[in-house]
Structure formats: structure tokens, C-alpha cells
Design a protein around this ligand. Structure first.
Ligand code: URA
Length: 206
């Protein structure tokens, strides 16, 4: 109920007038209000803005596969972004842009409140924007991924954003992200099979 009340409050948000007039709708978040695991991303893209749900475009499809590889479904976890509105672009400009520090500062209270209501046991910060928004750290994902940080007493694991994986499709990178997710599974804990442990490892030469 508290999450629903917050959703209704954000739906009419006009704190960033430029974003409020650009967006189709506010993309609040999706998933289990009692989730033990919360994924935090950056901001809605075009598909998310159109459908009103985070991570439903190409990066979202990859995130869904990552969640399923952990033995979970999207409905088991909670997914939300640092920014609830799609960052505006000049008409006809393709792609996305990163949220500005001011936009992040303005919108972050919503994500903090979502986390406070859901009280997940683990947070995964997807990419540098989510990491910076939640921890203030600007050191870079490559340096900080692979170990837990702290968000108000909740273990937070930074890892690469799925869109980074889509643009840099290497087995090494996939394995790094998968090792991060294995750490999350151990922490919760979730059962881990030998098959899961071996995902994205290069086959031993005969
Ligand atoms: N990338 C994000 O960070 N969030 C989304 O919702 C979609 C793509």
C-alpha cells in the first residue's frame, strides 16, 4: 500500500519541468514489493517510456535473462531506476542520454523511499549512474564491481549495466557480471548448481 501511494505520488511529479513535458509517463518500478533482491538501473529509455515499465527494451531483455539464469523471474525481484522519467533529447535525436547530477539529486528521494519500503536484502547497482546515485562513488564500475558496498545497511553490489554488455559482447565481460550475480546468490542465499557455477567459463581444452 505504501508503495502504491508512492507510485501515485510520483505519477504526477513535475519537479523537473523539462522531463515532465518530454515523458509519456513516469516509469516507477516493477516487481515484488517484498523482493529480497532489488536491481537499480539508470533511467527509462524509449521502450520503457512507452510501456511504463523499467527494463523492457533490449537491455531489459538481457536483464530478464540474467535474472532467469539466477533461477528467478522478474516477478520475484524489484526493478527500478535512479531517474523515473526518460531524459529528454532534442526532437529527432536517437538514443539516450545520461541523467544530469541535478536530475539525479531531484529524483533520488523516490528510489530511496522505494528501497526503504521494500527493504531488500541485496541491491544490485547496474552501471555507473546507479552506483553513483546510491553511493556517491564515481570510481567506475570496473574498479568497484566484484565486492559488496553498503547502502544504508543493505549490501550493494555494483556490476556492469546490461547495455554495456550488449555493446561489448565478450565472454570475459559476461563471466564478470555472472560472477557478481553468483556473489549475490551466495549472499541471499539462493541454490547454485554446478552448471550455474560454470556459466560463461571457457571450455577446458582436451
Ligand atoms: N536502462 C536503464 O537503466 N533502465 C531502464 O529502465 C532501461 C534501460
Amino acid at each position: 500500500m505504501r508503495l502504491q501511494a508512492l507510485r501515485e505520488k510520483t505519477a504526477g511529479c513535475r519537479r523537473c519541468a523539462h522531463l515532465a513535458s518530454f515523458r509519456s509517463q513516469v516509469v516507477f518500478g516493477v516487481g515484488n514489493p517484498h523482493a529480497r533482491l532489488l536491481f537499480a538501473g539508470e533511467a527509462p529509455g524509449a521502450e520503457e517510456d512507452r510501456l511504463g515499465e523499467p527494463f523492457v527494451g533490449p537491455a531489459g531483455k538481457l536483464l530478464t535473462r540474467m535474472i532467469q539464469a539466477m533461477g528467478l523471474e522478474r516477478e520475484d525481484v524489484y526493478i527500478a531506476n535512479i531517474l523515473k522519467c526518460r531524459p529528454d533529447l532534442p526532437p529527432g535525436t536517437p538514443g539516450n542520454r545520461r541523467p544530469t547530477p541535478e536530475e539525479m539529486e531531484t529524483c533520488l528521494p523516490y528510489l530511496r523511499e522505494q528501497i526503504g519500503i521494500i527493504q531488500p536484502e541485496v541491491i544490485v547497482a547496474l552501471g555507473a549512474t546507479a552506483l553513483e546515485g546510491l553511493t556517491g562513488l564515481r570510481k567506475g564500475i570496473s574498479t568497484l564491481r566484484g565486492s559488496f558496498l553498503d547502502f544504508q545497511g543493505i549490501p550493494l553490489l555494483p556490476t556492469f549495466h546490461p547495455s554495456y554488455l550488449l555493446h561489448n559482447p565478450s565472454l570475459k565481460l559476461k563471466r564478470q557480471v555472472w560472477e557478481d550475480l553468483l556473489l549475490v546468490m551466495e549472499r541471499l542465499p539462493l541454490p547454485i548448481s554446478d552448471r550455474q557455477r560454470g556459466f560463461f567459463l571457457t571450455k577446458a581444452q582436451p
